[in-house]
Write a protein of this length. Structure first.
Lengths: 388, 702
């Protein structure tokens, strides 16, 4: 009897832990629009997709709309898409709109189709941000660390309701130093790193206290389109999303190459230091060749070609419309706010400014600045490597 | 006029009557103009079915119509579409900020010392203010002026002691209640055993304990005057750690969390004449938490003496302190008026910060240098002051009409901005017959403080903050009305409400146990809420048997433009809710209670659409928040109690109680995720966590 009771209790505890439930009725067919009108002379993309209810039958190769069903206006004047192509491997059309677009332009995209509600979205291209200066500070004096803090200053303090995106591209170029003493130097290689995130958020213990997880929010973006519009992942650079909270008045600071790990706790805190070498000569040691069995090895023979490495940066600062910022942040949080499903955190963002549909029509303006090594650098070995 | 005179007499008499629960409710229903009010008697609260054998005020309120409970077993109280952080909890008139232990499993109110509580969901009198959605006014019992009484209880996870009696016969009394969990007592031998088994491995340590102490001292100054001193101290302490030690060195890593509340007050109640009485009270309340960890590494000499060489300690702190004075006056100028007026002023102090201490480093250990010290303390402090005055008049009109008209005016001042609020309150009652009345009310409430939290659960990292220019006060407007009948042994209420809430805040950042506390308001987005519904309540009561049924039909909406441009249903939109409650004294000394809950499932956010991308890959997207509904929730709790009169004279009792939570072991959905069935089709998959929980408890009362 006792055994049976125990088995019964165990059976009761074990059963019904998983509870499948139907959610067939939570969605209807919709259009998804993604369009990022961008100020400048380039073209921006528009993508229109058919969005199946996630829990119903999928429609593949059956399109309830044609390119002519997509309407795009700029300041209420119709514009034509230069190409509107059906993506063979997907359920969507993409097109691009060429022209010169300026801040203040009002762009509207709408699409209608059989049996699906008309979807319409509107945005106004925001003003371009104006970068006043960028300061760089070395943050770690450890030999093997190249951590730096960048501080961007704008011409005007950031106001509530202003939204930004930030991309950092780091170029590292290598030069042979001893062979050619004067410019142009023989360039060995240029490596490009794209930093969309701020890995140095945890540059020191003091950052933990006010760790701003939002400052890690990013999306993949290239001029005039989001990653969802198609294309390979590599074509899109990561763009950090910045609301007014991340700005301290007119300035924003971020770190590169300043990763925080447990050893930082043990070794002590990094300290600020404004003097750092931009160009670091280091010995170049070629790969050893296979020894020629006919020639005896000369153990004394060694040769070194000194190589200069130079780093420069390009900072692209975007001013985003509120709707684009909200949409991009939603894209990020959908992937990372996994606790929402556990009922213990606020919901995933589900932002869309498409009336009757999904997606976003959101404007962008961009300004760029490039940071070269300091021309006043007095390093005697590599005086000529610095760009103006 | 005669009816009005009788009515006024009843109101005066009401506060001194010791009536049964149902009678009290009937009286209350007939004699007050407020809608949405329920008075729960302490005895009633102590006999409700309790999870883990510990009666719980919040769990009792969760059963009432118009209230959603949120996550199972938590202390959520989502009243008329509220957000859970918009309820005013008063313990003997003092605001209590932290109302739960252990992440919400237990409320902070020890039912052993509770005399009664008034729960307002609508029709708030002007004397209450500061929160949007409800008022829970808990009053503790005065100690007996003549004899000593007490109660000892032992439940599954806690023990309780309550003692009361005279300090000075007929002049001064005390009532003290102490409650403590003893989970740590269980975990100590368990950890000892585990550590003994793992002789050569690091030793684990830890435990959890919660406790609270209520104390009340009452001193009669005369026939119509008395002094009260009230004290509450509740704390939670959670520790966990691991320590390794071998020849020559040791390492100790520990985390600890401590959070709790303290309130104290002194009040003087007096009747200044046959028609005027007043109460002057000064109070202090504190709620705070300390979440931290410690890391210690050092050497062990031949004698086993440990020398710390590197020590690291980090504490994150947040606290809110209130100091205030209140003065309330009751005045019966004539048989047609009952005037209440008063003033209060409170000083709020909010603190958040971090305390950091470091001694030594790995480098210093390796080189043999003495450890250098590094201590730091950072933080933010905010102050606010909040004066308020109110006036309300209950006017007895002709044709059995009664109106309660009131106005509350308050200021909330911080360094950056001062807000003013004018809140009209009105309630109308029509006593159609002796057993039938109708009521209608309108109230405006404002709330100047916000709970900064990135989670829905009650975490010690949550912090209260004052309004700022970017995150201003919240305001609600509510209209409620209903019909109330008491035919024979029945009580039948049908009540409806419509409520709007403006300036609500929702966290719009990434997952975080620590919400950002510097510029916290920029982590939140502002929106509005709307809620409406109908509540039906019926109770059949005869000696030895009471049966109640509650039903709620409600809608709860939100609109946060940063989430979604259009209104969407809230997480706790439980469209239908049914509660059946019964108490039956089926034989001498034997009591049977049950409580059956059923409600429409909570809502969650799941992907709504799939878009075929390049490479035959589908990506999912979300159309709106909380678009999916979890499976319906239902649960049956029962308890059987035998009360043994030890001496047969009704003075000493022993009680054995068997409570079973979730009798038929229905695993209700606690959370859900996206899943695919065998055909690759998406479906929801919910997970239930809380099984059947039987509890045996015993108590001795004298």
């Amino acid at each position: 009897m006792k055994k049976n009771v125990c088995l019964l209790i165990l059976a009761l505890l074990a059963c019904s832990c998983e509870i499948p439930f139907s959610i067939d009725d939570i969605s209807e067919p919709r259009f998804l629009i993604e369009c990022v009108p961008t100020a400048g002379d380039g073209a921006f993309d528009v993508m229109v997709a058919y969005a199946d209810p996630a829990y119903g039958e999928r429609r593949v190769g059956q399109y309830p709309f044609r390119p002519g069903d997509v309407s795009i206006t700029v300041n209420d004047n119709p514009v034509a898409t230069s190409s509107m192509t059906w993506e063979q491997s997907g359920n969507y059309y993409t097109g691009s709109i060429s022209g010169k677009f300026a801040p203040g332009d009002r762009v509207t995209v709408s699409v209608s189709g059989d049996g699906i509600p008309e979807a319409t979205g509107t945005t106004v291209i925001p003003d371009e941000p104006v970068i006043k200066s960028v300061d760089i500070t070395k943050i770690n004096d450890k030999e093997d660390d190249n951590g730096k803090r960048f501080t961007i200053k704008l011409a005007e303090p950031v106001k509530d309701g202003e939204y930004y995106g930030l991309e950092i591209i780091v170029y590292e170029e290598s030069y042979m130093l001893e062979i050619m003493k004067t410019p142009p130097f023989y360039k060995l290689d240029t490596l490009k790193y794209e930093y969309g995130t701020t890995p140095g958020q945890l540059a020191s213990m003091s950052d933990i206290n006010n760790l701003d997880l939002d400052a890690f929010a990013q999306v993949r973006y290239k001029y005039g389109s989001l990653i969802n519009s198609g294309g390979s992942y590599e074509e899109y650079r990561p763009m950090v999303l910045l609301g007014s909270r991340q700005w301290d008045g007119d300035s924003y600071s971020f770190y590169l190459n300043a990763s925080f790990d447990f050893s930082d706790i043990l070794d002590g805190m990094p300290s600020g230091d404004t003097d750092y070498p931009v160009v670091d000569p280091y010995p170049y040691e070629p790969e050893p060749e296979d020894p020629d069995p006919d020639e005896p090895e000369d153990p004394e023979e060694t040769y070194t070609i000194p190589i200069g490495a130079k780093t420069w940066y390009r900072i692209e600062l975007f001013r985003l419309s509120e709707e684009l910022f909200n949409y991009c942040k939603a894209q990020y949080l959908m992937d990372y706010n996994i606790l929402s499903n556990f009922g213990v955190t606020p919901p995933n963002f589900t932002y869309s400014n498409i009336r009757g549909g999904l997606g976003v029509v959101g404007g962008v303006s961009c300004t760029r600045t490039e940071l070269y090594p300091d021309p006043d650098n007095k390093d005697p070995d590599i005086p000529g490597l610095l760009r103006p | 006029m005669a009816a009005a005179v009788c009515h006024a007499q009843t109101i005066e008499k009401r506060d001194t009557l010791e009536t049964s629960y149902v009678t009290a409710v009937k009286e209350k229903m007939r004699n007050t103009t407020q809608t949405g009010l329920m008075r729960l008697d302490g005895n009633k609260l102590r006999t409700t079915v309790a999870a883990f054998g510990t009666p719980d005020i919040i769990k009792s309120l969760q059963m009432l119509p118009g209230v959603a409970a949120g996550n199972e077993l938590m202390s959520g109280l989502y009243v008329h579409g509220g957000d859970g952080n918009d309820n005013l909890f008063l313990l003997d008139g003092v605001p209590l900020y932290n109302i739960a232990h252990f992440g919400g499993f237990f409320s902070s109110f020890n039912t052993d010392v509770v005399e009664n509580l008034d729960f307002y969901k609508s029709g708030f009198p002007a004397r209450y203010g500061g929160r949007l959605s409800s008022v829970v006014d808990v009053e503790t019992s005065e100690g007996d002026m003549h004899d000593y009484h007490g109660n000892f209880s032992l439940g599954l996870i806690d023990g309780r002691i309550q003692v009361e009696g005279p300090v000075w016969q007929d002049h001064t009394s005390f009532n003290v209640g102490l409650r403590r969990s003893w989970l740590d007592v269980i975990t100590v031998p368990a950890l000892l055993y585990v550590n003994h088994q793992n002789k050569n491995n690091p030793k684990a340590n830890g435990g959890y304990a919660m406790w609270d102490l209520n104390a009340r001292v009452t001193h009669k100054l005369g026939k119509d005057s008395k002094l009260n001193a009230n004290f509450y101290w509740g704390d939670d302490d959670l520790k966990a750690g691991i320590k390794s030690s071998d020849t020559g060195s040791f390492m100790d890593l520990g985390v600890r969390t401590n959070w709790g509340s303290l309130t104290s007050s002194v009040s003087w109640e007096a009747k200044y004449g046959p028609k005027v009485g007043g109460k002057l009270m000064g109070y202090f309340t504190r709620s705070g938490s300390d979440v931290g960890y410690t890391f210690d590494v050092g050497s062990v000499d031949d004698d086993g003496k440990e020398k710390s060489m590197m020590y690291f300690n980090d504490d994150n702190l947040c606290s809110v302190y209130d100091t205030g004075v209140k003065y309330d006056v009751d005045w019966y100028p004539n048989s047609s008026h009952h005037v209440r007026t008063g003033a209060t002023v409170a000083w709020h102090h909010y603190e958040t910060g971090r305390r950091y201490e470091q001694k030594g480093s790995i480098f210093e250990i390796m080189t043999g240098d003495d450890g250098k010290g590094n201590t730091d303390k950072t933080g933010e402090e905010y102050q606010a002051w909040e004066p308020a005055i109110y006036l309300e008049d209950e006017i007895f009109l002709a044709y059995n009409f009664t109106i309660n008209a009131g106005l509350r005016a308050s200021l909330f001042g911080t360094k950056r901005k001062t807000w003013g609020s004018l809140e009209p309150r009105a309630a109308l009652k029509w006593l159609i017959t002796n057993d039938v009345c109708a009521k209608l009310s309108y109230t405006r409430m404002s709330q100047n403080i916000h709970l900064v939290s990135a989670m829905y659960i009650d975490l010690p990292t949550n912090s209260w903050m004052p309004s700022t220019p970017e995150a201003g006060p919240m305001v609600s407007d509510q209209i409620a009305g209903g019909i109330y009948l008491t035919p024979g042994n029945f009580k039948i209420n049908l009540e409806g409400w419509y409520k709007t809430m403006d300036g609500m805040l929702a966290y719009n950042g990434a997952n975080a146990f620590y919400p950002p506390l510097v510029n916290w308001e920029k982590s939140f987005t502002s929106g509005r809420g709307e809620s409406y519904g109908l509540e039906f309540e019926t109770t059949y009561s005869i000696p030895k048997l009471e049966l109640s049924a509650f039903y709620t039909l409600s809608w709860s909406w939100r609109q946060f433009d940063a989430y979604y441009m259009f209104p969407y249903l809230d997480r706790n939109d439980n469209r239908h809710k049914v509660n059946l409650v019964g108490n039956w004294n089926f034989a001498r000394g034997w009591f049977f209670s049950f409580n059956w809950n059923w409600h429409t499932g909570n809502r969650i956010t799941l992907p709504s659409h799939a878009v075929l991308r390049e490479g035959n890959i589908y990506s999912t997207c979300y159309e709106q928040p909380f678009n999916a509904k979890l499976p319906d929730y239902h649960r049956l709790d029962v308890s059987v109690e035998y009360k043994w009169d030890l001496l047969g004279d009704g003075t000493k009792f022993t009680t054995i109680n068997l409570s079973i939570y979730n009798v038929y072991n229905h695993m209700n959905a606690s959370f859900a995720m996206l899943d695919t069935d065998g055909d690759g089709k998406y479906r929801g998959m919910a997970y239930g966590l809380i099984p059947i929980i039987p509890t045996l408890s015993a108590s001795y009362k004298f």
